[in-house]
Design a protein around this ligand. Structure first.
Ligand SMILES: NC(=O)c1ccc[n+]([C@@H]2O[C@H](COP(=O)([O-])OP(=O)(O)OC[C@H]3O[C@@H](n4cnc5c(N)ncnc54)[C@H](OP(=O)(O)O)[C@@H]3O)[C@@H](O)[C@H]2O)c1
Length: 315
């Protein structure tokens, strides 16, 4: 873990569930969180900050104004968006920006991207990358629900898959099958074509024509259930009882390489992911300008190992 630097990091969406975890993690790492929200004058607030982490979603509404102010202030921008379309928009619109921009430095969009990068190792290309997520349950926050509604609207109710080197729409029902996760989880019912921001970040720097994705069926059912109670804190860090395991398999010419990470609470783990990324950007690691995912911007294995064993158990 890199050392504390006493730098000031603005958090957009500081009142939110994820924003709270990010503020606590910044404190823990010796940085100073600067809470920002709807009524904050961003241009003014960002002039006194060294970086901004955007935790305000749906990002379809917040990414452009927050990035615009970050560019104006000349400070790095990171976010935790899970919106695939928001990620592709950011890559399209800000490739030439003069600041470092790291979208989806989070559970979805960041962790799978890091694992895929680590699994590929020195392989120049893979015939297929498969990402399988096992969640013990999922009680989405209001922000996640709002994000799901915005993404569904943008897709006209269709689903998206990455196939044949591009994002494509699918209208048929998502396939259900089984996936054999590493012990102790083992074989589980999963829903296929559960496409996340990982399918937007990974193709920006890894060479693969196909990305297959699976989510444990129980979590998909929870996501669509009427229960809107949200996550319940069960430990001193505010984490819920939810556990996760993400497995990535890179396949090429009959050979497979695997990488997996397990941990607790997909919202809580987003904080050490994005704060580690912010610390590294502030230390001058990675490109000083333009858009890059965490897997592309940093050395993936080193990044993942810096979060283990406290936040992640790696295989
Ligand atoms: N990629 C991932 O793995 C990952 C992980 C965690 C979170 N996320 C994403 O992060 C977002 C927040 O999640 P959450 O769990 O923190 O939700 P939350 O608890 O409902 O909080 C949402 C936050 O966003 C702010 N906000 C929403 N719309 C805004 C707008 N137009 N302008 C300014 N602020 C706005 C809210 O401010 P008010 O209090 O003023 O309403 C609040 O601070 C969601 O989009 C979620 O999908 C992604």
């Amino acid at each position: 873990m890199l050392g504390a630097m006493n730098e000031r990091v603005a958090i957009m969406g500081a009142t939110g569930h994820t924003g709270g975890f990010v503020a606590a993690e910044l404190h823990r790492r010796g940085l100073t969180p600067v809470p920002c929200g709807r009524s904050t004058d961003l241009d003014r607030a960002f002039r006194g900050a060294d970086a901004v982490i955007n935790c305000a979603g749906p990002f379809a509404s917040t990414a452009d104004p927050v990035i615009g102010s970050a560019i104006g202030a000349g400070i790095p921008y990171l976010d935790v968006t899970a919106e695939l379309e928001a990620v592709t928009d950011i890559f399209d619109r800000y490739a030439g920006a003069g600041i470092p921009i790291a979208p989806a430095a989070a559970f979805f969009g960041g962790l799978g991207d890091l694992l895929a990068t680590a699994a590929m190792g020195r392989w120049p290309a893979a015939e297929r990358l498969t990402i399988a997520y096992a969640l013990s349950g999922w009680r989405p926050t209001p922000g996640t629900r709002a994000t799901g509604r915005v993404s569904a609207e943008r897709r006209g109710g269709r689903r998206i898959v990455y196939s044949g080197r591009r994002l494509r729409f699918r209208t048929r029902e998502a396939p259900r099958t089984e996936w054999s996760f590493p012990a102790p989880i083992g074989s589980r019912p999963v829903v296929g074509e559960f496409t996340t921001a990982d399918s937007a970040t990974i193709p920006t720097h890894l060479d693969t024509p196909e990305i297959a994705t699976y989510m444990s069926s129980n979590a998909v059912d929870d996501l669509h259930a009427a229960d809107d109670s949200g996550p319940t804190a069960v430990d001193e860090r505010g984490r819920s009882a939810q556990t996760f395991l993400v497995e990535v398999v890179a396949s090429s010419e009959g050979t497979e390489r695997r990488a997996s990470a397990a941990g607790r609470d997909i919202y809580a783990v987003t904080a050490p992911l994005v704060v580690e990324a912010a610390v590294r950007v502030l230390s001058g690691e990675g490109d000083a300008a333009g858009v890059a995912s965490v897997g592309a911007r940093f050395e993936a294995k080193d990044f993942l190992h810096s979060l283990a064993p406290e936040h992640l158990t790696l295989e």
